[in-house]
Ligand binder design. Structure first.
Ligand code: AMP
Ligand code: MN
Ligand code: MN
Ligand code: MN
Length: 280
């Protein structure tokens, strides 16, 4: 099994880097990437744990970009975590995430579900390389008893249109692709069915997109087939993964079940060798 979409505690996942690799091994994953939101903090630890278990590891990220007021999640693979443009973009995005968490906190108070966001972020830790995302606020709402589940926290407060929803401010998807390319990586459009903007694909291709994520836990077989043929029609490669955020989280049952076929992985790696700059 090949899974190129996984999260750790560096963003909104529940597994530590070493714990994720251990769990991946248990469910039969032999090749994995870690794709935390707006941080590559877990990459060295996941790489080390993967090497210790004899697994193949692909460094990755999931960048939160914004287009027409909607989030566009852009996956990046094989990129250099230390590329200056990337480091700057990610640290900007993460500080905006901290400001947004406080704004969400104010809106939650106004909606009658107060949270101590300051305590939750752990003071100076808020400025760290950890990426603060809504599932953390959702879990905190469960912990203090305002809601019974993460799903209820999203449904009642945090989802787009909800009383505590605060949009992201971030790069455009075109900027995200360009930063990934400049860091020597390749970009893939994450869970395109969730985005539901197939009309954007030609412009994203122009900007240097090389793949779309046809295989994902949120895609049924018809959706998957649609994105495989959309990829082919645009000369794009295919990526795939479970988007696992930890045991007991949404769609965790697809971990070890949804992944990328080996042939598509080989094509992706060949394509990466063509488009990425030589590494020193
Ligand atoms: P953020 O990056 O702060 O906007 O948070 C987005 C993350 O929230 C996604 O990557 C998912 O992990 C999670 N998420 C989004 N919608 C839901 C939902 N309805 N239930 C559970 N988790 C969700
Ligand atoms: Mn997430
Ligand atoms: Mn995503
Ligand atoms: Mn994800």
């Amino acid at each position: 099994m090949i899974d190129l979409h996984l999260h750790t505690t560096a963003s909104d996942g529940l597994s530590t880097p070493a714990g994720l690799v251990q769990r991946a091994r248990e469910v039969g994953i032999l090749t994995l990437s870690v794709t935390d939101h707006d941080t590559m903090d877990a990459v060295p630890a996941v790489a080390a744990a993967a090497a210790a278990h004899g697994l193949t590891f692909v460094p990755g990220i999931e960048i939160t970009s914004v287009h027409d007021g909607h989030d566009v999640h852009m996956l990046g693979y094989l990129l250099d975590a230390h590329a200056p443009d990337l480091v700057k973009l990610l640290s900007d995005v993460r500080s905006k995430r901290v400001e947004r968490a406080f704004e969400i906190g104010r809106r939650l108070s106004a909606a009658g579900a107060p949270l101590d966001v300051d305590a939750m972020l752990g003071g100076p830790e808020a400025e760290s390389t950890r990426s603060i995302a809504r599932p953390m606020l959702a879990r905190a709402l469960v912990a203090v008893g305002h809601v019974a589940s993460v799903a209820e926290a999203f449904d009642r407060f945090l989802s787009e249109g909800g009383p505590a929803y605060v949009p992201h401010r971030g790069p455009t998807p075109f900027e995200a692709i360009s930063v990934i390319l400049n860091a020597g990586g390749i970009a893939s459009l994450a869970h395109p069915a969730t985005l539901a903007r197939d009309d954007l694909v030609p412009a994203l291709c122009e900007a240097g997109l090389v793949a779309i994520e046809a295989y994902h836990s949120a895609h049924d077989s018809e959706t998957q087939a649609h994105y495989v043929s959309l990829a082919r029609a645009h000369g794009l490669e295919i990526t795939g993964g479970s988007d696992f955020h930890g045991d007991g989280t949404r769609r965790a049952e697809f971990f070890g079940v949804v992944g990328l076929p080996a042939l598509d992985f080989d094509r992706l790696m060949k394509r990466a060798n063509r488009v990425t700059r030589p590494r020193i």
